[in-house]
Design a protein around this ligand. Sequence first.
Ligand SMILES: [Fe+2]
Length: 465
Amino acid sequence: MHVLGLSFFYHDSAAAIVKDGVLLAAAAEERFSRLKHDHGFPALAVEFCLREAGVTAADLDYVVFYEKPFVKFERILLSALQTFPRSWKVFRESMLTWLTDKLWVKDLIRERLKVERKRILFADHHMSHAASAFYCSPFEEAAILTVDGAGEWSTATMGVGKGSTIRIDREMRFPHSVGLLYSAFTAFCGFEVNEGEYKLMGMAPYGKPRYVDKVKEVVKIAGDGSIWHDMSYFSYHWSPDSTLSRKFTDLFGPVRDLAQVDKTLDPYYADVAASIQAVTEEILIAMANHLHRETGLKRLAMAGGCALNCVANDKIRRATPFKEIYVQPAAGDDGGAVGAALWATHALLGQPRRFVMEHAYWGKEYGEDAILDFLKREGIPHVRCASDEQAIDRAVDTLLKGEVIGWYDGRFEWGPRALGARSILGDPRRAEMKDVVNAKIKFREAFRPFAPSVLVENAHEYFDL
Ligand SMILES: [Fe+2]
């Protein structure tokens, strides 16, 4: 049985194909279209998935979309109506895009893939996240935590997975949202929402959490980790193009000047970043602790955009009684494609689980001939190494000379992190390498972190594990 999962029309469109409960391929559309966060119909990712599985769209048993467009539209419409007439712009924009495109996802899928309507299914947004976390995890039973900006109504859920079933017990609802809170501060620190969140996380360690009390004027946190935003500080619920209200900038000062963003690290904004990061960690730890109290389970599976906050994940590991934590590598909405396909396979169709996602290499691989053809066609100077050893020796020599390498090997990664299949490598022992690499990548800010690659047997020498 082949099930295709799809996520699109928000950000990070993706497709994933599952055969009898086993994932065969998964890819974000941006990897093919080369448009960062491509949100259109993932035609190229679908084409890749079908080819990888050796099937055509006609062979698909089900196509599953990662959220329910009508419920999401209801949320957007009701939220806009509550704040009307201030929200008239959101209202107008929503009407235009939703009534022409987004509501008719089923028709679009039917038209693009030529599959019958009865084979097209819809999963809840947070169920897709929960399924992507639990069904990919090695756990037979686990607590599940999903936290993101917003799905249909949910912005966070807590539940339990057991065998083929997932039960969602609690949810937090729009507009109260850890993801949207973090995005609001992302915007305040001069970064693009839905893109710059990891930059904010990277900036946080350069500051001190001096403004935690101020952040807590904007958001109240309960003992179970549920939060309540004072909406007078925000505008995302009524404005299509701004996140923060005047009251927010009265409290925190002006939004960081975009013109300055790539050049300097203003200590004030670094302190604000450290403060929102600290509050986010506090919320997520409270949520995880509550979930542990409620379920008594030792294992935790996490997804949703906030699960990409690896600094917070480490704090959860240290500060909660959970013994093992699994985070699905594409924790954001791209991962919803895998979750939707696995949800249909297990929760809906009752098939037993047969798969654990043990790595993130689910994308396309290009063979040596294809690579050689490309290099020749583009007139790129190249040398063909006789063996892998030779290629590695050459790479090591290059790194030792202080040069930077683009490393390209095998299937590309699923999720936003470069994990050695498509990575930029430099010698970390040279202090100047940070600036050399930053200078080579356009618009890369000086404070952005680097990921160290270390042999697993040496990891304890470098990390406090
Ligand atoms: Fe999401």
